[in-house]
Write a protein that binds this ligand. Structure first.
Ligand code: NI
Length: 138
């Protein structure tokens, strides 16, 4: 089994805010991330697919196709968007990296299978800052 990864980048704004809490509690829990007028991040998404090399190509997954899939179904939906208000699959959800990565998985895992049924999405890693990142294995 070989693991192949592709990195993609997007910029997005968000606000961490639980509408069931008071403004004061939101500020206590989320700090500056609860800022009313939003704030932005330079996100890095790392997509890892696993499988055995195709005997005809030597590839676990065509990287060009992986880049195209990630761009079409993820990056274009979130890049230069406000995650709280512009992104249909985040509607009604707290715009945290954790919730975001779960939604990315739901979209991407079937697309990967569609392109190469012998492969599978292994993990997603989402960097919100160079120091903070979340990982998801489905
Ligand atoms: Ni933030």
């Amino acid at each position: 089994m070989v693991f192949v990864s592709r990195r993609e980048h997007f910029n997005a704004a968000h606000r961490l805010y639980n509408p069931q809490w008071s403004d004061q509690k939101n500020e206590e829990v989320f700090g500056r991330c609860a800022n009313v007028n939003w704030h932005g991040h330079n996100f890095e998404l790392i997509v890892t697919v696993k499988g055995n090399p195709d005997p005809d190509t030597g590839f676990v997954f065509d990287m060009k196709k992986m880049g195209d899939l990630v761009k079409e179904f993820i990056i274009e939906k979130v890049d230069h968007k406000n995650l709280n208000v512009d992104v249909p699959f985040m509607e009604g959800k707290l715009a945290s990296c954790e919730n975001l990565i779960i939604e990315f998985w739901k979209i991407l895992a079937p697309k990967i299978k569609e392109v190469r049924p012998d492969s599978a999405l292994h993990s997603l890693k989402l960097y919100e800052t160079p120091n903070n990142f979340v990982e998801y294995f489905g």
